[in-house]
Write a protein that binds this ligand. Structure first.
Ligand SMILES: Cc1ncc(COP(=O)(O)O)c(C=O)c1O
Length: 423
């Protein structure tokens, strides 16, 4: 046990007990929430370091506090590695998480009341893409494009263009939390150019796939701004990254600080520097490829067992099962049935869901975390079977216990990085 842990055991046994419980939960269960991952042991170490003590308002070489000789090195490393990783002219590594990252990006180029064209939320968009309950939905005027269920979930770009010509957005936004298909960035860019709008892609979910070269990079299609969280498929600490062309660098930087935030969390910025360094290694390409291959295998294994998948499958790391259509079970009940056997997923609305968000029609699954644990084709087949079994047999106690034991065995063979073994 290291020094930090020792002091936590004695210094706050209540928090320590909950931490130990969470470690056990993570070791013994399979994480299939597509926005989660196991970060690198080096990142866990730096998050718990003395960097958390330091205030660093401003940017390298232009800080509002003294004592920045080491924090400047760290932020410069993070910025330079991020630029290299994503082929970007400029990177801001300070956003505290994904939501403030998007907020800062909007305010860098828009005024309150301006129009943003974004994906319909139940079709895959994120809360910060203008949900009425989010502050962003109140500050900006969002108009919406949708996916076409009759075209296998494709986006109809004639329709996107027609909406853009009518609503004259200042910003065309693409990106998603639950859309399992590739996006045609060039098509979005053409429409934005036609109406004189800027382009922004929120690739929070795809960050690791883009970094690993298995998903398209919107910057290659000439996008103005790209945002990504660092803690999902990228495997980093919780945080946000804004990439842009150099002409927008000043606006982005001043929108993050002092526009929106005060002091950056330098322990997380150091974790991001480590993460980008890891993602620049050749092994990360292999990881990204395996995440995507595993998702394809899991999706086909589920479909073969009767699961109705939104859009019929996946091109990326995530998929959505319509559990009502497949098994007559809503997403909340399916999520709870899976929890009971140690498989963690999340309930999910499907396009134009007739059901409410807390009892929606589906669940969302993804493969970044289980791939980090070294799972591959054989495990994807086992998991597809286990997921269907857990939902269908949810009322049978003996079956639930037996399946739970099988999942624990599987997990014991695939330890979580940074945790010694399944406790
Ligand atoms: C596409 C997208 N953007 C932004 C966010 C917000 O990130 P955070 O939860 O770190 O605020 C998420 C999180 O799920 C997301 O999926």
């Amino acid at each position: 046990m290291d020094g930090n842990r020792l002091s936590l055991t004695a210094g706050d046994p209540q928090v320590y007990a909950a931490l130990a419980g969470e470690e056990r939960r993570q070791s013994r269960g399979i994480e299939l929430i597509p926005s989660e991952n196991y970060t690198w042991p080096e990142v866990l170490a730096v998050l718990g370091s003395v960097l958390t003590n330091k205030y660093s308002e401003g940017y390298p070489g232009r800080r509002y506090y003294g004592g920045q000789e080491y924090t400047d090195v760290i932020e410069e490393l993070a910025r330079e590695r991020a630029r290299r990783l994503f082929r970007a002219e400029h990177a801001n590594v300070q956003p505290l998480s994904g939501s403030p990252m998007n907020q800062a990006a909007y305010f860098a180029c828009l005024k309150p009341g301006d129009t943003i064209l974004a994906m319909e939320l139940s079709h895959g968009g994120h809360l910060t893409h203008g949900a009425p309950v989010s502050h962003m939905g109140k500050v900006f005027n969002f108009t919406r494009y949708r996916t076409r269920t009759d075209l296998g979930g494709a986006i109809d770009f004639d329709e996107v263009r027609a909406i853009a010509l009518k609503s004259r957005p200042k910003l065309v936004l693409c990106g998603h939390s639950s859309y399992p298909r590739e996006l045609d960035y060039a098509a979005f860019k053409r429409i934005a150019d036609e109406v004189g709008a800027l382009t922004m892609a929120d690739i929070s979910h795809l960050g690791g796939l883009v970094a690993g070269g298995v998903s398209a990079n919107p910057l290659d299609a000439g996008f103005d701004i790209v945002t990504t969280t660092t803690h999902k498929s990228l495997r980093g600490p919780r945080g946000g990254l804004i990439l842009c062309r150099s002409g927008l660098a000043r606006a982005i930087d001043s929108s993050v600080f002092p526009g929106l935030q005060g002091g950056p969390h330098m322990n997380a910025v150091a974790g991001a520097a480590i993460t980008f360094g890891k993602a620049l290694q050749p092994e990360f390409k292999d990881y990204a490829r395996r995440v995507k291959d595993n998702a394809g295998l899991l999706a086909s294994g589920l479909a073969a067992r009767g699961a109705a998948l939104v859009t019929g499958g996946t091109d990326n790391h995530l998929m959505v099962i319509n559990t009502v259509a497949s098994y007559g079970v809503d997403g909340d009940e399916a999520e709870r049935a899976l929890d009971r056997v140690g498989i963690t997923t999340n309930k999910q609305v499907i396009p134009d869901d007739p059901r409410p968000p807390l009892r929606p029609s589906g669940i969302r699954l993804g493969t970044p975390a289980c791939t980090t644990r070294g799972m591959g084709p054989a495990e994807m087949d086992l998991l597809a079977g286990a997921i269907v079994e857990a939902i269908v047999n949810r009322g049978n106690e003996a079956s639930v216990r037996e399946l739970g034991a099988r999942i624990r065995e599987l997990c014991a063979r695939h330890p979580v990085p940074g945790l010694a073994a399944a406790a």
